[in-house]
Design a protein around this ligand. Sequence first.
Ligand code: KIV
Length: 276
Amino acid sequence: MKKMIPDFEKMKQVGEKISMLTAYDYPSAQFVEEAGVDIILVGDSLGMVVLGYDSTVPVTMEEILHHTKAVRRGAAQTFVVADMPFMSYATTDLAIMNAGRLIKEGGADAVKLEGGLDIAPIVQILTRAGIPVVGHIGLTPQTANQLGGFKVQGRDLESAKQLIKDAQALEQAGAFLLTLEAIPRQVAKQISTELTIPTIGIGAGADCDGQVLVYHDILGLFKRFRPKFVKQYAELRSTSVQAIQEYHKEVKDGVFPSEEHTFAMSDEVIQKLYGD
Ligand code: KIV
């Protein structure tokens, strides 16, 4: 049965961990749903692991929307969160229009925005308009340049205090879930204890209320780089390349297609065909 927002709150209360994984298309969404994962994130990591961009910055609304629709078709019984692309929530009007599209046209159950105190007013407007919001603080890839690159955040006193303030502001603004990316586990633990909404960590330690990772990372499908927080559970890239090499060789050698993969017609019809 599809889990909804009150189920995630309850899971935090009883100490049941929440699993979240990204998916970007119909088959990956089907696999993630079949595996029983609680929440699917159509992350803007889409830009890097599926579309081949260098960062998440170029990802457009149309791209996220297109992939969210495919994920919805593949996982009708799973709670789906869609990432709002960089600049798609730069103003209140843009945020309402674009979040509304992800819910109405894309079929998402909620949207995720990067930022803390600075975006709390937008989170409040969206939640008041009836759009469920997931926050995302710590290492926020859309603004990684401002953070000095892809680095662990909140290691010193001032930035740790700022993260705690950001988390509180997002909860007060109405976010129902908070992603904590690449922060020390002690800060993540403090935030998870202070907040009533569940926290979902990625590189934030085991004390978060749940965990999220990228589909292509856990399956060994993305080789450009691998952050320390990623655990790889399979090696599907080499399995795929081997299978494709075999196909390529069999075509070249005339081994494929064999009788098994070939259609035939009756001798009688052939006779008539050639006989004319
Ligand atoms: O885009 C994404 O996949 C994300 C997760 C890494 C949290 O935001």
